[in-house]
Design a protein around this ligand. Sequence first.
Ligand code: NG6
Ligand code: CA
Length: 508
Amino acid sequence: RNMYKYLILVVFSVAFMNCKGQEKSTENKNLKESIKPNVVVIYLDDLGYGDLSCYNSTALKTPNIDKLANGGVRFTNGYATSATCTPSRYAILTGKYPWRNKDAKILPGTAPLIISTSQETLPKLFKSKGYATGVVGKWHLGLGSGHVNWNEHISPSPNEVGFDYSYIMAATQDRVPTVYIKNGNVVGLDLKDPIKVNYQKNFEGEPTAISNPEMLTMKWHHGHNNSIVNGIPRIGFMKGGEAAKWKDVDMADHFLEKAKAYVKKEKEHPFFLYYALQQPHVPRTPHPRFAGKSGLGPRGDVILEADWVIGEFIKTLETEGLLENTMIIFSSDNGPVLNDGYEDDAVEKIGDHDPKGGLRGGKYSLFDAGTHVPFITYWKGKIKPQVSDALVCQVDLLASLASLIDGKIKTSDSENILPAFLGQSKEGRKSLVLEANTKTAYREGNWMMIPPYSGEAINTLVNIELGNSSEYQLYHLKDDKGQQNNLAHSNPKKLQEMIKNFEAIRGE
Ligand code: NG6
Ligand code: CA
């Protein structure tokens, strides 16, 4: 009888345990279900490490971005992969080092899409977990597969590499075609006035900065002397498409409206939005509301404009009740430049402001300021405010966000450092290969190694040190953030170790 009683007890407890187990697994499931936060990447163009007040600028006040920094993780070792736009954007969207793709370099407006439609991408990752995916702003990764006809549906476009909504400019604000493209179609195009674009030669009779300087409202300094749109000379020749041409001073407001509308439209289900602002890239064209407001000329004014835009965007997340369920990642595609081809007072009015924030180099450079940029993660109520010295890179978003939403990826360049992005750990990646104009450098821990490269030491047109030298360079960034003391000779052991590890990653 006792035995009988015992059996019943065992049966009951097993049943009870089972039940508990089930409870536990539904709990886990619910947690996973609820881990479908919206994710927004806010990406600036050419913003330097020292351009924000949360990164110690005193000349520029950026209260809205500061709110993200002070309420989230402000990274002091955050990197773009590259010192120019296209490669950095390639890396953030594919999780792959851009130097693995020979086409990942500054592209003309007519370049074909450099992300293959079969490639793994950030938006595809989100799509695989049921997210709506959108891109608003600067693209600069090419369009089509050969020669684009701007008067027909353009494909492949962002829509073929994972975005179900795209509202973009093809390349840069200084490159033709100067029109917006929505889901592969030029916005506002009048087919009776078809668009033609050519980067080699002008269309007969069309004014250029050389033939008609009297039409210019902005002066070019180097490059930028082809077609004139809105008084601004551009890179490349364009004919037609008059009704579709954007108004430069309205661009920030225009993209903001699209980003806000996207959030409002998709608020019922999880979304991923890649919001790529055009500031402070040239031509710097602040809306009149911001013109003259920074005292630093148009470059400063458009940074204030970008800060305002970001504030408005966050207000929308707030009023839609989405802020607590949205992870925001803020960064810049490469470091700063003052004169990038127009005479726009950026140099003349810089005063004491240091866009590089004490780093060496700038846009185009292998020195640190080329790729070391502002980097902020913010998630109201989830991420505890802090400053983090963890080494993080934009290429890591793919693996880290895959971990966040329980998705699967294959790439090996992207590292899962989600705990660092969420402020739960001060450990980021151990090492990182950085790139400028297809040349690479290597950071490991606090060390930076630049191999010898031929080429000019300074690009005198933009007045930036490029990092080229006939000697190996080795810097300890924690002790020497301005890269003034080359330790290659005094620490040959470290140098050899760095070279070995770097070459192992580069596959040399
Ligand atoms: C350069 C342009 C520069 C800028 C850059 C791309 C000239 C002389 N300079 O070729 O103005 O457009 O390309 O910048 O044309 S990026 O941030 O998109 O990489
Ligand atoms: Ca850029």
